[in-house]
Design a protein around this ligand. Structure first.
Ligand code: ADP
Ligand code: ASP
Ligand code: MG
Length: 435
């Protein structure tokens, strides 16, 4: 069997759903598990609903209604008025409404997962119904019956043995009946049947979980780009498509923030040697990128930019050396707060790290270590990682930037930079400063 994943971009409107059906038409009769994300920017819209609900601004229901109406408008383009899909989708929206009618939970992350899952649930119901109508028999499956996680809400840790047993119990019999199996990305459930999510953009990871548990022959993710490119096409011109990537290269790229694939996706696939194809839903015949085991590959420079980074300059308050026991304490705290260190460097009495700017967690970190450490924070930075760098690429990337921190190891060069304001902007800022 094979696993396919269609993300939000491929399902952003009725034409998108029709295009996905026409891609799947080519695989009619094959054993396929299809993972879908929420439609378009639904998850962002649901985050706004959750925020309004938790802050009790009185706007949650209105925002939720807009999202409902947006989905119904898409459905009216796909189905006749009396189609049973309208009531199936409505049932899911009503479940979300019940949560919104209750007082918000003190546990934000828990509350988030119970509402945000609506996006994937409705999109999967819509797509499955459309495929059936289109002549492609498809079984809808609730991913929460398969993907078992711990109760780390918003970042559920997969319980692999249980997930594997569930997959064999729930997915295999459906595949044996014939037809496709279609389920949601991003969501899972705890042993107490509460919904969890796997982290933003986690549907790629869901597809890898299903691939691993079902020993898929391959996995394909269908994107709005021709494949994996050597840089984000939204930030750079003249990007190159990579025909082939090793798992190792893919894991390095995604770890440093290449948004095309969720970073947790590669490991389960590598562990079972399952090839991953990144293909274009706009040009399904094109070969895309194949990610598979290592060979003697040569690569062009590959650039990954991660925005919204902070540097923390940490020093001991009593001028003692930053020694192993200090590091142990700092790292234990970072792990507890789920702050991932992208780069680090130390001197005798100071230690500098680059971390994503997540304000509430950084504030807590600074406060919790303040008895022993002084922490200075710099925000608004970018982390640029270049794999297989050359001097020309580095020089080009440094233009218009102030480099605060830089490091080179064999295949990887990293720098933390600040954009140097242009002359005009600097003048505006100076004017503003003068009042
Ligand atoms: P999905 O709809 O599956 O969630 P995403 O929008 O998350 O898709 O991922 C695809 C996007 O990733 C592309 O539109 C592209 O802008 C961006 N991207 C960032 N880095 C790369 C890269 N190195 N190669 C290809 N696409 C990239
Ligand atoms: N819908 C989720 C998100 O936007 C998961 C995904 O699309 O991968 O983060
Ligand atoms: Mg995505």
């Amino acid at each position: 069997m094979k696993v396919f994943k269609f993300g939000g971009a491929s399902l952003k409107d009725a034409a998108g759903v029709k295009n996905v059906a026409s891609i799947l038409q080519r695989y009619k009769g094959e054993s396929l598990v299809i993972i879908v994300s929420a439609m378009g920017k639904t998850t962002n819209a649901l985050e706004a609903v959750i925020d309004a609900h938790v802050k009790q601004t009185g706007k949650a229901q209105e925002l939720y209604n807009n999202l409902k109406e947006h989905h119904y408008a898409i459905m009216r383009e796909l189905f006749d008025a009396g189609d049973e899909v309208f009531s199936l989708v409505n049932d899911t929206f009503v479940e979300g409404e019940w949560v919104l009618e209750e007082k918000p939970s003190d546990n934000y992350d828990y509350q988030y997962d119970q509402i945000v899952c609506v996006g994937e649930l409705v999109s999967s119901k819509i797509v499955a119904a459309y495929l059936n109508k289109f002549g492609l028999p498809t079984h809808w499956l609730d991913a929460r019956d398969v993907v078992a996680t711990d109760n780390t809400y918003r970042e559920g840790w997969v319980i692999w043995d249980k997930t594997k047993t569930n997959a064999q119990k729930h997915v295999t019999p459906l595949l044996e009946k014939g037809g496709f199996v279609l389920t949601q990305g991003f969501i899972g459930s705890t042993s107490e049947n509460f919904t969890t999510t796997l982290g933003r953009e986690g549907s790629d990871y869901s597809a890898a979980i299903f691939s691993f548990c079902l020993d898929a022959e391959s996995m394909s993710i269908w994107k709005d780009v021709p494949g994996v490119l050597n840089a984000d096409p939204r930030l750079f011109e003249n990007v190159i498509k990579l025909d082939r990537l090793s798992y190792k290269e893919a894991i390095e790229m995604t770890y440093y923030g290449a948004q095309v694939i969720h970073p947790k996706t590669i490991k389960p696939l590598q562990n079972k040697n399952i090839p991953l194809y990144v293909k274009s839903f706009l040009d399904p015949d094109a070969p895309g990128t194949e990610i598979s085991s290592d060979t003697e590959d040569t690569y062009p420079p590959i650039i990954v930019v991660e925005k919204n980074q902070s540097l923390l300059h940490i020093s001991t308050t009593d001028y003692s050396f930053v020694a192993e026991q200090h590091m142990a304490r700092l790292f234990a705290k970072l792990a507890e707060l789920r702050l991932f260190v992208n780069m680090m460097q130390n001197t005798a009495i100071s230690f500098t790290i680059c971390v994503p700017n997540i304000p509430d967690r950084l504030e807590k970190f600074i406060k919790d270590v303040s008895d022993q450490f002084r922490v200075k924070k710099e925000d608004g930075l970018e982390l640029i990682t270049i794999r297989h760098y050359n001097e020309e690429t580095i020089a080009n990337l440094k233009k218009g930037k102030m480099v605060l921190f830089e490091e080179r190891i064999r295949n990887t060069m990293q720098m933390v930079v600040r954009n140097v304001p242009t002359v005009e902007r600097r003048e505006v800022e100076l004017e503003r400063a003068k009042g």
